[in-house]
Design a protein around this ligand. Structure first.
Ligand SMILES: NC(=O)c1ccc[n+]([C@@H]2O[C@H](COP(=O)([O-])OP(=O)(O)OC[C@H]3O[C@@H](n4cnc5c(N)ncnc54)[C@H](O)[C@@H]3O)[C@@H](O)[C@H]2O)c1
Length: 396
């Protein structure tokens, strides 16, 4: 059994966006629900949630009690909230301080806060999971890698696409396609999400960090044994987000990355992310095309050949492979979905490290940890530099 603290009480953790249910495909959230379920099965002890405003917990408790309980009546949805009263930007420190060394900290806060909070969690001796993008700069990535190594702790990046059975099969299949030649990914959010992201969009992060991070990680994972990124050129479209938010914000960012195979052959990847998509049959478009010298793959992760239509919500393409919310006999039945599995893998791995620290080197090979995701941060940071300085960025 392991105790956990989640830092961040926004959409991905609670399912609440602003003061109401997220209008995304995650209205019950992913993190808190997964942890409550693991506590029900005896894997987790205490659950602490750290935000910045104690008043917010009244709303969250009411939301869990009405919405989560209406799906899973017997689920224990209790937690301890920090700050206990008033407001504090560093309530996460109090929450982490109250944990035993070797507990688990999960960080789901805006991108630019990940480094500071993860550093604190590691300093305090906690295994740590950080939402993508792990951090924003190579320097931060390297500093955290050193700290995690010194402290012998697991620092894992939350990239749930790796746990999608179809993406995982594609990664394995790509190993048989010879050199890497070409990759093209697209991912989007509807423009209504710009209201959810209004406090940070175009200020402390961008849509490439937020969404391209997924497929940049997938490609780095897939070709990491035989190709490396050598340069990044980023371009952007604008016009919608700037008008909506009243400041300069890119609508759509495209990263063009050059790769060099060990054989010397050159490959190209193109990663496009947008947050101005119109309403559609899915919340988020997500797809890619991969071409190796000896084979190619197409995956449309948003369309799994499963559609539903109701009087209340109209026509939708469903993807319960990500999060299966529909209960079975009044209980959560999504243990096989990849949103859940990503969290469960981190929790189980952290627990095992409590019994056997030598497993850490194995995790640093097989899981998306700070030790093997440097190229992801390199590419995302180079994309930002390329946009700001209007030039191609060489990767050393
Ligand atoms: N929403 C998704 O679908 C999704 C999916 C995967 C990963 N993520 C990642 O999760 C992170 C959070 O996303 P979200 O959609 O939940 O955002 P959100 O804006 O809904 O929530 C962010 C939360 O962080 C809190 N926060 C900010 N600074 C803090 C601090 N110093 N201490 C404690 N809490 C602080 C805010 O109060 C808010 O509760 C991002 O890094 C994002 O990339 C989101």
């Amino acid at each position: 059994m392991i105790d956990v603290c989640v830092v961040g009480i926004g959409e991905y953790v609670t399912g609440l966006s602003g003061d109401s249910a997220a209008k995304s495909d995650k209205s019950l959230g992913v993190i808190a629900l997964s942890l409550f379920e693991m506590r029900d099965r005896g894997l987790i002890g205490e659950i602490k949630l750290a935000g910045r405003d104690s008043k917010r917990f009244e709303l969250i408790k009411e939301y869990f009690d009405t919405n989560m309980k209406s799906f899973y009546p017997s689920l224990d949805v209790s937690f301890e909230g920090f700050p206990k009263s008033g407001k504090s930007d560093v309530a996460y420190k109090e929450a982490i301080d109250s944990l035993k060394t070797g507990s688990a900290v999960l960080i789901f806060t805006p991108d630019d806060t990940h480094f500071e909070i993860a550093s604190y969690a590691l300093e305090c001796g906690m295994h740590t999971l950080v939402a993508k993008p792990l951090v924003k700069t190579l320097k931060e990535h390297e500093n955290l890698a050193i700290l995690a190594k010194q402290k012998e702790l697991l620092l894992m990046l939350e990239v749930h696409k790796r746990f999608d059975p179809i993406y995982a099969d594609a990664k394995d299949t790509i190993q048989n396609f010879g050199d890497f030649s070409y990759f093209n990914s697209y991912m989007s959010q509807p423009k209504t999400q710009l209201d959810t992201f209004a406090s940070w969009a175009g200020i402390s992060s961008d849509i490439s960090y937020y969404l391209n991070s997924h497929h940049v990680d997938f490609l780095c994972w897939s070709v990491g044994d035989f190709a490396k990124p050598i340069s990044v050129l980023a371009t952007a479209s604008s016009g919608v987000a700037s008008k909506k938010l009243g400041r300069d914000v890119e609508d759509t960012i495209t990263l063009t990355v050059s790769w060099e195979n060990k054989s010397g052959a050159i490959g190209t990847s193109i990663h496009t992310a947008s947050w101005i998509a119109p309403p559609s049959d899915v919340h988020s478009q997500q797809r890619f095309f991969y071409m190796g010298h000896e084979g190619e793959i197409n995956i449309d992760q948003a369309h799994r050949g499963y559609t539903q239509s109701t009087d209340s919500s109209g026509f939708k393409s469903s993807n319960p492979l990500f999060m299966k919310y529909t209960p079975r006999d009044g209980k959560f039945a999504g243990q096989e979905s990849y949103g859940y599995k990503s969290i469960a893998t981190f929790i189980r791995s952290s627990m095992k490290l409590g019994e056997d620290t030598t497993k850490l080197s194995q995790y640093n090979k097989t899981l998306p940890t700070i030790q093997n995701t440097l190229n992801v941060t390199k590419i995302l940071e180079a994309g930002r530099i390329s946009l700001d300085e209007k030039r191609s960025v060489e990767l050393k």
